[in-house]
Each structure stands twice: as C-alpha cells, then as structure tokens.
Design a protein around this ligand. Sequence first.
Ligand code: F6P
Length: 322
Amino acid sequence: IKTIGVLTSGGDAPGMNAAIRAVTRAGICNGYNIKGIYRGYDGLINGEIEDFTTENVSGIIMSGGTILKTARSKEFMTDEGKEKAYQQMQAHGIDALVVIGGNGSLTGAMEFAKKYDVCCIGLPGTIDNDLYGTDSTIGYDTTMNTIVECVDRIRDTAQSHERIFFIEVMGRDAGFLAQNSAIASGAEAAIIPEDSTDVDQLARFMERGIRKSKKSCIVIVSESPKCGAMYYAERVRNEFPQYDVRVSILGHLQRGGRPSAHDRILASRTGVGAIEAIMQGQRNVMIGVRNNEIVYVPLSEAIRSDKPFDRKLIQVLDELSI
Ligand code: F6P
C-alpha cells in the first residue's frame, strides 16, 4: 500500500477534523501518500480527490464539522455507485481507504471491501456512540457536554417558572446521549430506546420529584419519530393539566462546536492507529479504544446494533433523582 484516501461520511461529529489530521500526518510520517476525498462516498464516486500535505490539516484540530465535508451517499449503496468508486480509486492510485463515520458509513465500507479487493479501515466518528467494540466514539463526549450545558440553561428557566421540560436529544436508535446527559445534568428522568418507559412510569418519576420540594422537572427524551419529546409532553399535559409543560428539541446545535479534549485525543489515537493497522496488514477493521487500549474491531462487528448498554446507569439516574 502506497496511497491512502481519507474521507468523512454520514453526520458530522466534533473531532472528525482531528481524525483527518491524525490520519494525514501519521500517514505522511510513515511514508504514505495521502489523498483527501471530499463529500464522503459521493466525492469518491465523482473523483473529488486532492493530494494532502501536512499543511492541509494545519490549524483544524480545534474546529467542529469536517474540512472534507460529508454526505449520506445513496449512490454508493448501489452496485453501480460502488463500481464508480472503485474505478476512481484505481484512477487516483488509492490502495486503501480510511472512512471516518458512523454505522451507515462503516456498513458501506464493509460492503465495498466484500465486493472489491480494497483495504478499508474505519474510524468511529459519530455523536451517537452506537458503534460496537469501542468504549466511545469521536464526537460523543463533546455532544454530551453540549447537551449538559443546554440543560443547565434550561433548568434556570424551568426552576424560575416551576415548569416541566421535556428536552429531546439526538442519538438515533441509541440512548447513550440521553441517559448519560440526564445523569450529568441532574435530570429527573430519561426516556431511552433501551428501556421501556411507559407514561405511567414517567408520571410516577415526576410526581415523586415534584412532591419532594421540587417544583420543576427535567426529562431528557431520546429522539424517536413516533414518541419524541412532543409525544410525552402531550400525554402529560392531558393527564396532569395542573403542570405547566414545555418542550425543547435541541436539534443540530448538538453536532456543532469545538471538540472536547477527550474527542481530540480519541481522534488522534485512532487516526494513528489506522495507519499502524495498515502497516500491519490489517484490513476491514474499525480502530476503537477499549479499556484505554487501541483495538481492531472487524467492520462486521463494529456495525452490530446491540452495543451493550450498562443498565446500572438507569438505576444511578433513578436513585439520584428522588
Ligand atoms: O448519526 C448522527 C445523527 O446526528 C443522529 O443522532 C441523528 O438522528 C441524525 O444524525 C440526524 O441526521 P441529519 O443531520 O441528516 O438530520
């Protein structure tokens, strides 16, 4: 392998730039040519590819988003799209791909590597923390901190008006962001896909909180198309008309901003890990960190949908929110 292409794909996550920087610099340090591929797999298909030097990645470690841009490519899901991508790799002399992204992006990499004889290395880049085999993903820590800062602010107004707030956070099908930001912000409850919280249970949580000197209440709700924060707010409004209920959907502000030190370090370590993996002849693995050690997780395992959720976290929030 002489030339490595690097791309970001799927939802951007704070720390992706630090990861691009790490892959580029570690690659150059070890004698590889590095090519930056713009707009994810779409850019690979369309040949939006540029030679990268160390200067291309100067002054980016502290910025959110991704200098390479990103996309959720529909075309890459098709056989024709993958064929075009492969042809572009050949034309640009790219022997290996480093894909920084989440579940969908690493699934794309895995399928591509099954069809063509290419080396694909994944870096866990998603705010959702839903990749299997790594303790944390790049962007998760920053987003959690952003959520906690927002909840702290909302608590000021919740307490002043003695209101119940349902705050909806991202996470797609995973409740890591909701559960842990609820613990960190001292919320009264979290509604997450990993736990079946029915409205009665929720009402009990709130009544318990409100009866004990608390006059306001914060519930963090993991996003869901059917039963997000609006749904629960409506149910509670109907059943407890005495409460003043508000909803706040944090939305995309959760994805932006300067990456935390934790995410910068994770991105740097896994970026260097990607180049080491290529040097060792590894193929089709995601670079993760488990128990503070770099690990190689087969892409097929990384995309599993059953990343263990520590149920003890539910008890922690429950006991501390009385
Ligand atoms: O996967 C990252 C994520 O931010 C999810 O938490 C969220 O469901 C989704 O992306 C939103 O995607 P989009 O920016 O395309 O609306």
